[in-house]
Design a protein around this ligand. Sequence first.
Ligand SMILES: *Cc1c(COP(=O)(O)O)cnc(C)c1O
Length: 412
Amino acid sequence: MQTDRKLRERGAGSELALAINGGKPVRATWLPYGHQVISEQDIAAVVATLKSDWLTQGPAIKEFEESVASYTGVKYAVAYSSGTAALHGAYFAAGIGEGDEIVTAPITFAATSNAAVYLGARPVFADVDAATGLIDVDSAKSCITGRTKALVGIDFAGQPCDYDALANLAKEKNLVFITDSAHSLGGFYHGRPAASQADMAILSFHPVKSITTGEGGMVLTNSKEYFDRLITFRTHGIEKDPAKLTAHEGPWYHEMQFLGFNYRMCDMQAALGTSQMKSIDGFVKRRREIAALYRKMLAGSAFYDCVEELAERQSAYHLFPILVKKKPYAQTRKVVFEALHAENIGVQVHYIPTYKFPYYKELLGRDLSEELPGAEEFYAREIGLPIFASMTDHDVEDVILGLAKIGQALLA
Ligand SMILES: *Cc1c(COP(=O)(O)O)cnc(C)c1O
């Protein structure tokens, strides 16, 4: 690690005492793991919408949808009130219902599988690659049954899952291929925007994601059929297109044709989203610079491995996950996590495997811990370092100094 010189420059000595043991923290102020970047133009765009005629169901939604569709190169984009609502919509559009199964991975936010449960379906958890946290395609294949309707990959940390292998598997088994791309807006697979390469992909615009609308989400697809269902599901299942109605009683007439939801995004959020899209390239570029700096400073570390960026993928670096090297992993991870928090470094663990939650243990009827060694190992080792577009190089050095101090004092 390229830290010895930096430690000396900072006076070393007393500063080397861990904050958790009463020493001086590396930072005086808390460094969060993620943070939004809001410009004056973003604020002006929201204010302009507040002064317009439309706070919801106005022109800002279509404009935002078009900006994301053109950036990712898909035909259709449907804005939703959250990434979770977008997952619900995508699973509904895929025809998932009572008694069906989806095959997905447990190293993700709980919403990936929750949204299938909303529809009465059952998530079946495939294992992940212990080195990357990405869904293991062979394991996913072994989880497919006659009831499986969809194969759901996750672009964990912003790194695209193996789209080609998953798309082929889905095709072979006649499944809908969906990706939870909440982390990967701005990420590429084989040189093309990752989220454009599934039957449907969902995005999230929560403040820690690539761009934000406060709360918000979107489904991307090239299918007109999915698009139509996504639009109707977002507004209560109400159909207004005369060509699709079963009766024609007058100009007011519309029909609720299935049970949908109010999952609309409002115009202020969409205006923020369109404005944020103008900065996406700069945001992702900065995230990638920070990742490169972390990699350089952690190269050859005796205590921590970085999750590699695989060939033919360009991560959007929603997260920068590192893996502790010393066994027993879970114990080392806990020590490092607690010591980093004391140093004012706001690391997080991504993720507690979904099957470990009490709700899922009951739903699945058992604890899968013994069956998914990749997920178990990844979870035991992982710590997500702070990464966001407005982080400075000095912030990155603070994280490295904290890691170095902790490594020397507790892991050597
Ligand atoms: C953020 C996120 C979502 C959706 O979250 P919302 O807060 O509902 O927008 C879904 N999956 C993953 C992996 C996420 O990180």
